[in-house]
Design a protein around this ligand. Sequence first.
Ligand SMILES: [Zn+2]
Length: 61
Amino acid sequence: MTALLPEDAAWLASSTGIDTDQPCTHYDAAHGRTCGATPTRQYIPGRRCYQHAPDRKKETR
Ligand SMILES: [Zn+2]
């Protein structure tokens, strides 16, 4: 796993902390596959990494 940015670590720390190493299930249409990134958190639509968290504001970084 790659090193976490401070904002990623803070995001992860606010999660329930269970199974954070399960892959992101966000479907990436551009690549024709699911994201698969880790760490992730469990959301109602499914497991999402930091970039694909549904409560995250749409922004580029
Ligand atoms: Zn993702």
